[in-house]
Each structure stands twice: as structure tokens, then as C-alpha cells.
Design a protein around this ligand. Structure first.
Ligand code: NAD
Ligand code: IPM
Ligand code: MN
Length: 358
């Protein structure tokens, strides 16, 4: 049989807690659908700094490179927050994305009807919200030259934002293609009234837009987009934007779904290989308590099945199981209206696993 290799890197904080539930889901899909998965674990993030002296050990990177897909938890925590750049968990995260060529980060924000009361927004505003943020992931200010220097008024810091045409074109084309399979609307988000990189971005979008005449394109300035996401979320279909804007807007979009604990993501390059991780971080404030919402990570497994393996039946089964459990009223603390009735991470994972069927 065709056994898929999955590199599992749980990371720090709630990372291992939510990954454990996703691994149960993998096991259950093997049983129900007969697919074969071989998982191998790697050290990554703060725990890798502690044990190997670097956030992204070579052996972990090698493990990912020989896998068909990577499942990642989250990294970071107060313990490493004052470390130098090379010894920060987040540097490992940027390093793995770059090393694996994962320039495209897909972050769907879909509202489950029964969770409308979990959002801080009014239910009627959320009605029909189903959008995808396509975030450029290996360029921009995250990867430009950084320095510290002595300036005329003391110490200065510099972060450089760089984009070339090829980097913009490949992510924008991917976003147009995704829009084509959906409601055929693309919002390109930039700050072209101020930034040179944004002007290059917008010129590039306009140059390739004629190749996608069936997709309705709008340019939205990022500050306005942040506002429109709260004002008219259901009018967005696909949003494409540069690295840092996408980071910020996707956390904002998470609240449309009720919680950052609901938002899954796929990071892709040119081929089928992908890295799958929840949008949220290591949540040090709740780590170790067994209360984290595992749904973002479980839905990331569904994305893996769909986008890397083409296992559409299993992907749908997972999404159906999540919906069924939520419809039945089960909630982790982050999405519970009545917090006294909230269930924990493993209880939520078990309910979803039990609801997976053909
Ligand atoms: P965070 O996403 O970890 O947490 C923000 C808030 O959301 C917290 O109150 C947290 O308790 C809550 N939350 C997050 N995930 C949740 C879940 N699954 N269930 C319930 N509640 C959840 O963001 P932060 O606090 O800004 O960052 C904490 C650390 O995580 C930092 O070190 C940061 O660099 C790192 N981080 C890592 C990733 C990643 O690994 N991809 C992403 C974001 C942040
Ligand atoms: C994310 C995170 C990371 C990012 C950090 C931890 C480097 O916020 O995956 O969204 O900014 O990309
Ligand atoms: Mn983020």
C-alpha cells in the first residue's frame, strides 16, 4: 500500500497537547479509510534549543525533507523570549518555511453556524463568512536584512522589507487559481499609498489580472482591510497579501470563527508537499492545563489530506466530525459561552475521533 510519511514536530507549550489529538485523528482515518501513515517525530523550537542547542536541528530538517508532509504544533514561550535571534524558537519556524520553499500560506476562516455566539461580533455580521487568507510566507520584512547600529541619537534597529516580482507573481497567481475554484473574488491587500514593495505588488497584480478575467479583483489598503473584515466579512472570498499583513489579518480573521483555536493552515511550495499547522501559537498562558482547543490542528490534518494527499473523503469526514461535535454543543473554553461547561483538549479530541466515519 501507499504509505505516506508524515514528519511530526510538536514544539512547545500547547503544541504537544494539540498534536496528540491530531495524531489520534490520523490513526482513526487509517482504521476507517484504510490509508497508511508512517509518523516520525522531530525536535523543534524551544525544546530543540534546550536539547540540541538550536531551534531547527539539521536532523529535524532532514526528517521533514524526506517526508510527504509535515504536521507542526507551535513554538515559542517566555523561557526563550530574551534569547538572541539565532536561539529563538521563532527563528526556527522562519527557517523551516524558507528551507522547505513554502512560500504560500493558506489560512481558511470559515464560520461554523453553531459557533456564531462564540464570536465577539454580532451573528448577523458573520452570516455566510467563508474566506481564505493567502499569505506570502518566505519574503518581505520577515526575511530582509536586519541590523543594529549606533546612530546619531544612540542605538538604532533596521528591518528591511524586500519583494521581487517573481515572489509576488507566484503567490498572486496561486491566489487567483484558488479564487477560481470558489466564489471568484480576489482582494489584494497592500499599502501602495506608502510602501514601494506594495507598489510593486499592485503593479504585478494588475499585470497578471488579465489572465484571470473570470475573477473579480479589488485592491484594498491594509488598514481599510482590517476594518472591512469586521464590517463586511462575508463579502470576502480570497484575500492575498504579503507576509506581515497576512500574519496580522489572519489572526483578526480568526475571531470571525469564534477563536484562534479554530484556524487551520497549509504552507505550500510548488509541489504537493506541505506543512500543516494551526494559526495559533504555543499559548503559554494555558499550556500544561489540558484546556487548549485542538480543532485548529485537527482541521489542519484535513487540509493535509485534501491538498497534499488528495484524500478528499477523509478530509470531509474530519470536517463533518468537527461539525457534528460542535453541533452537539461540545465546547472547549475558548469557544464556550458557558465556560463552566467547557471540556478539555483530550475530551474534545476523543469526541471528534469517535465521530469520524465513512
Ligand atoms: P498565541 O496564539 O499562542 O495565544 C494568543 C491567545 O490565544 C492566548 O490567550 C492563548 O491562550 C489563546 N489560544 C491560542 N491557541 C489556543 C487554542 N488552541 N485553544 C485555546 N486558546 C488558544 O499567541 P501569543 O500569546 O502571541 O504567542 C505565544 C507564543 O507563541 C510566542 O512565543 C509566539 O512567538 C509563539 N507563536 C508561535 C506560532 C507558531 O508556532 N506558528 C504562532 C504564533 C505565535
Ligand atoms: C504565525 C506566527 C509566526 C509568524 C511567528 C511565531 C514567527 O505568528 O505562524 O503566524 O509571524 O509567521
Ligand atoms: Mn501569527
Amino acid at each position: 500500500a501507499d504509505v505516506k510519511k508524515i514528519a511530526v514536530i510538536a514544539g512547545d507549550g500547547i503544541g504537544p497537547e494539540v498534536i496528540a489529538e491530531a495524531e489520534k485523528v490520523l490513526k482513526k482515518t487509517e482504521e476507517v479509510f484504510g490509508y497508511g501513515f508512517e509518523t516520525e517525530h522531530g525536535l523543534f523550537g524551544g525544546i530543540a534549543i534546550d536539547e540540541k542547542g538550536t531551534p531547527l536541528p539539521q536532523e529535524t530538517l532532514d526528517l521533514c525533507k524526506k517526508a510527504d508532509a509535515v504536521l507542526l504544533g507551535a513554538v515559542g514561550g517566555p523561557k526563550w523570549d530574551n534569547n538572541s535571534k539565532e536561539l529563538r524558537p521563532e527563528t526556527g519556524l522562519l527557517g523551516i518555511r524558507k528551507a522547505l520553499g513554502l512560500f504560500s500560506n493558506i489560512r481558511p476562516a470559515v464560520i461554523f453556524d453553531c459557533l456564531k455566539d462564540a464570536s465577539t461580533l454580532k451573528p448577523e455580521v458573520l452570516e455566510g463568512t467563508d474566506l481564505i487568507v493567502v499569505r506570502e510566507l518566505t519574503g518581505g520584512i520577515y526575511f530582509g536584512e536586519k541590523l543594529r547600529r549606533e546612530g546619531a541619537h544612540g542605538e538604532e534597529a533596521v528591518d528591511t522589507c524586500v519583494y521581487n516580482v517573481q515572489e509576488v507573481e507566484r503567490i498572486v497567481r496561486q491566489a487567483f487559481e484558488i479564487a477560481r475554484t470558489r466564489r471568484k473574488k480576489l482582494a489584494s491587500v497592500d499599502k501602495a499609498n506608502v510602501l514601494e514593495t506594495s507598489r510593486l505588488w499592485r503593479e504585478t497584480v494588475n499585470r497578471i489580472a488579465p489572465d484571470y478575467p473570470d475573477v473579480e479583483l479589488e485592491h484594498v489598503l491594509v488598514d481599510n482591510c482590517a476594518m472591512q473584515l469586521l464590517r463586511r466579512p462575508s463579502s470576502f472570498d480570497v484575500i492575498v497579501t504579503e507576509n506581515m499583513f497576512g500574519d496580522i489579518l489572519s489572526d483578526e480573521a480568526a475571531m470571525l470563527t469564534g477563536s484562534i483555536g479554530m484556524l487551520s493552515s497549509a504552507s505550500l511550495g510548488e509541489g504537493a508537499f506541505g506543512l500543516y499547522e494551526p494559526v495559533h501559537g504555543s499559548a503559554p498562558d494555558i499550556a500544561g492545563q489540558g484546556v487548549a482547543n485542538p480543532i485548529a490542528t485537527i482541521l489542519s490534518v484535513a487540509l493535509m489530506f485534501r491538498l497534499t494527499f488528495g484524500y478528499h473523503d477523509a478530509a470531509e469526514a474530519i470536517e463533518r466530525a468537527v461539525k457534528e461535535v460542535l453541533d452537539a454543543g461540545h465546547r472547549t473554553g475558548d469557544i464556550a459561552v458557558d465556560k463552566s461547561k467547557a471540556i478539555g483538549t483530550t475530551a474534545m479530541g476523543d469526541l471528534i475521533v469517535n465521530a469520524i466515519r465513512k
